[in-house]
Design a protein around this ligand. Structure first.
Ligand SMILES: O=C(CO)[C@H](O)[C@H](O)COP(=O)(O)O
Length: 254
């Protein structure tokens, strides 16, 4: 493993292990997620070799993801042409015991969900901070909701009526005004009481029905496995059936 430390080392561990186990030579159409963990996914795929990667197409989940693919010299594909993917690998803001995820911390969850749904296998990679029993334990910013700008005021009202009293429009940091997604939409972050997160699919359905909602950053019953890099150099692998496997540090050194 490389000489990274701390959180980045954990992200790299998760990413490398997931690629080794789920991006096999027979996998030709691959979805690449967004965020700070997926660059380690791309670096591990590049390490599989130019000859194999020339037989593959890589689909992005947004501008950052597209730049990762292009800068790595991998072949860029479009979902219009490659609508059935072999595997999509992506990060997450938090994952619960049933592999339900909060996603959208980077405001890319619409395209991420399209590529996750279109893949035979959807895999999550993250560092240990994202590994929770229930959503909302560590990710306190709320459920990211991509919304059409025309409806954001009414949606703030309706989300607050729904129980997200502190729902807020996500504002830019290095940009005056709200964050604008790759699709030209706004994002509302909608926190809920911890008990509500025990049934994330209910929150998902309720939000999705609100007029003006484009996509909700709750990925329920989608991931086949989640890989969490740990501080001690091990990787915890959780499967959708609830089983857990651990790959110890020495397994990588072998
Ligand atoms: O959903 C996402 C972007 O919309 C990201 O995958 C999620 O925010 C995790 O990012 P990171 O790997 O940087 O923790």
């Amino acid at each position: 493993m490389s000489g990274l430390a701390g959180i980045d080392a954990a992200k790299q561990l998760a990413a490398w292990t997931a690629v080794d186990e789920h991006v096999l030579p027979e996998h030709k159409i691959i979805g690449i997620g967004s965020g700070s963990t997926v660059p380690f996914v791309v670096e591990r795929i590049v390490a599989q070799g130019k000859e194999l990667n020339q037989t593959r197409v890589f689909l992005p989940t947004g501008f950052q993801s597209k730049e990762l693919i292009v800068n790595a010299g991998l072949t860029l594909g479009d979902i219009d042409q490659y609508s059935d993917l072999d595997v999509t690998i992506d990060g997450a803001d938090e994952v619960d015991k049933s592999l339900n995820c909060i996603k959208g911390g980077g405001a890319c969850h619409l395209r991420e969900k399209v590529l996750a749904e279109a893949a035979d296998t959807f895999i999550i990679v993250a560092d240990y901070r994202k590994n929770s029993q229930t959503l909302g334990t560590t990710w306190k910013q709320g459920v990211p909701v991509e919304v059409t700008p025309f409806a954001y005021v009414s949606l703030l009202k309706n989300l607050r009526k729904m129980g997200s009293e502190t729902a807020t429009l996500r504002m830019g940091k290095a940009k005056a005004g709200p964050v604008v997604t790759d699709n030209g939409n706004f994002v509302i972050d909608a926190p809920f009481r911890s008990t509500r997160y025990e049934k994330p699919d209910e929150i998902l359905r309720e939000i999705k029905m609100l007029t003006g909602v484009v996509e909700v950053g709750l990925f329920c019953h989608m991931a086949k496995a989640a890989y969490f890099g740990n501080e001690d150099g091990s990787v915890t692998i959780r499967l959708a059936d609830g089983s857990v496997r651990k790959k110890e540090r020495q397994d990588f050194l072998a």
